[in-house]
Ligand binder design. Structure first.
Ligand code: GLN
Length: 540
């Protein structure tokens, strides 16, 4: 079978959930047993998302092969249960870098290098390379930004050309738009959608399906109007209402007939969608038996997207525990002014200290960890969170006053966290950290090994600093167990405190590998401990 291509564009406004729409569409195909390869085409000039501030752009998602990508890849992995690679992220920066490098090598010798065909060819070859390498039945390509943006034009031109290259029977355009309501009677308005479809048509793309985000159900006359003005059959107008949990979106799409529409349009054989497991997990998410609260301390808590994968991993961790997880976001700076930890954390049942960079808010994170260690509050430290836990323990248990990370102060009296040796010569900031999946060995019998159900694991990384081996013995002597190390024993990967109800931290980013149907064991364990604390409090 020839590879099928679905292109997802967005209209009217940004942030209408194009990433979730793309991911959900992928789920529908996975439910039918098709192999799906997602790709995000990002119009920004950065080569990758690694150098962008999470406050502005949301979290930087890391793949197994160490690409620093847009957070939408996280949605793809979670909904489709696939592992993306660097090929799933194409940016203007990457495209131009390789076109310019090819020009310098002389690959185009004689030619005037232009957006069409050189840049568009580079975009198309990125998409087809992904299709080949992943042997995908279907490639779903999401184009970042909103139709009408200057930046996305070369990407739209490339996907327009792909219909001629691959045939209309193998290509499909899905446009996600917003149907707003106005006035006191909440009148449903289709004009913005009409205009965004005109804009697409100007470029030469006619959508096959419209996914219409709306706060209210679309009346039939509105659906007919959209159909008439936008040139899509009424049954190709898919209503997308707000839902209680994002994981409900694929179920709603299936109900609205999107799965069938896609198969019809692309000539994919009809298969009954297998979605019982997904339905069950959504049912648990909507009506959990327990409700626990977990505090997440970080420094970008003002933007919900900055810790997207952590928030989702906590939600996933609730599913096997039949628990809804309410996240209490705590800005780490706010913990530095001597406020009462008791007041802030007494009502919470667990604590996550988030990954991070730089000095801002560090002392707040350390105070929160001290509180968790001393009061038995379940704690999970992620990357920087592990480093902060080591600093806290060094200072307050090992008696190493002033212990710190070299990232925070230049020459601390006890540099318990220091630069990885391979980082010493690194000058460039882009793609230069210890990135991607690395194996780790766990101590048999440790909490980590129990949670993972084995002693050999692999997790994704994104850091420059590590635990200083000169202090390993001191930490162990005082009761901190180093329960995970790199296979060469050189790097501390996990620590824990035996005797504490749940105190564990990892140098990796386990949040990237959690899925609703396969919750990550560390998050599942944290929520289990949180529920235990909650029920104990109720009994007590
Ligand atoms: N800033 C720390 C380091 O570079 C931790 C990074 C992180 O939390 N991702 O090692």
């Amino acid at each position: 079978m020839a590879t099928k291509y679905i292109f997802v564009t967005g209209g009217v406004v940004s942030s209408i959930g194009k990433g979730i729409a793309t991911a959900s569409l992928g789920r529908l195909l996975r439910n039918r047993g098709y192999t799906v390869a997602p790709v995000k085409l990002d119009p920004y000039i950065n080569v990758d998302a690694g150098t962008m501030n999470p406050y502005q752009h949301g979290e930087v998602f890391v793949t197994d092969d160490g690409a620093e990508t847009d957070l939408d890849l996280g949605h793809y992995e979670r909904f489709m249960d696939v592992a993306c690679t660097a090929l799933s992220s194409i940016t203007t920066g990457k495209v131009y870098s390789s076109v310019i490098a090819a020009e310098r090598r002389g690959d185009y010798l004689g030619a005037t290098v232009q957006v069409i065909p050189h840049v568009t060819n580079e975009i198309k070859s990125g998409i087809t390379k992904l299709a080949k390498e992943q042997e995908a039945d279907v490639v779903i390509a999401e184009i970042g930004g909103t139709v009408g943006d200057i930046e996305s034009l070369p990407f739209l031109e490339a996907i327009r050309q792909m219909r001629a290259d691959n045939g209309p029977e193998n290509t499909m355009y899905v446009h996600v738009t917003l149907i707003p309501t106005v006035g006191p009677w909440h009148e449903v308005k289709t004009k913005p959608t009409q205009h965004s479809v005109y804009k697409l048509r100007e470029i030469g793309i006619s959508p096959d399906v419209l996914i219409c985000r709306s706060d209210v159900p679309l009346p039939d006359d509105v659906r007919d109007k959209i159909s008439l003005f936008c040139g899509v059959a009424p049954k190709q107008v898919i209503e997308s209402l707000n839902v209680q949990t994002i994981y409900e979106v694929p179920l709603k799409y299936e109900e609205a007939g999107l799965g069938e529409r896609v198969c019809e349009r692309l000539g994919l054989e009809f298969r009954e969608p297998q979605q019982t497991g997904w339905q069950e997990l959504v049912a648990t998410l909507k009506h959990p038996k327990h409700h626990c609260q977990i505090a997440v301390v970080g420094k970008y808590t003002g933007n919900g997207d900055a810790y997207k994968s952590i928030a989702e991993a906590l939600v996933h961790g609730g599913i096997p525990n039949d628990a809804g997880v309410d996240i209490k976001w705590i800005e780490s700076d706010g913990l530095e002014n001597g406020c009462s930890m008791e007041e802030l954390l007494a009502e919470t049942h667990g604590l996550v200290v988030a990954p991070g960079f730089g000095a801002r808010g560090v002392e707040g994170k350390i105070r929160a960890i001290q509180y968790a260690r001393e009061t038995g509050l379940p704690f999970l430290g992620l990357c920087f969170g592990l480093q902060m836990a080591v600093i806290e323990f060094s200072r307050n248990v090992c008696g190493l006053a002033g212990a710190n990370s070299e990232e925070i102060v230049p020459n601390p009296p006890y540099p318990v966290i220091h630069l990885l040796p391979e980082q010493k010569q690194v000058k460039d900031k882009g793609a230069s950290m210890r990135l991607g999946a690395y194996p780790c060995n766990l101590t048999a019998g440790s909490l980590a090994a129990k949670l993972y159900g084995g002693t050999r694991i692999s997790e994704r990384h994104r850091h420059r600093y590590e635990v200083n081996n000169d202090f390993r013995e001191k930490l162990s002597e005082h009761g901190m167990a180093i329960s995970g190390v790199s296979p060469d024993y050189r790097l501390v990967e996990m620590i824990e405190l035996p005797g504490h109800p749940f105190f564990i931290a990892t140098q990796a980013h386990p949040e990237f590998k959690s899925r609703p149907n396969r919750p990550h064991p560390l998050f599942e364990g944290l929520v289990r401990a949180a529920v235990k604390r909650l029920t104990a409090a109720k009994v007590g």
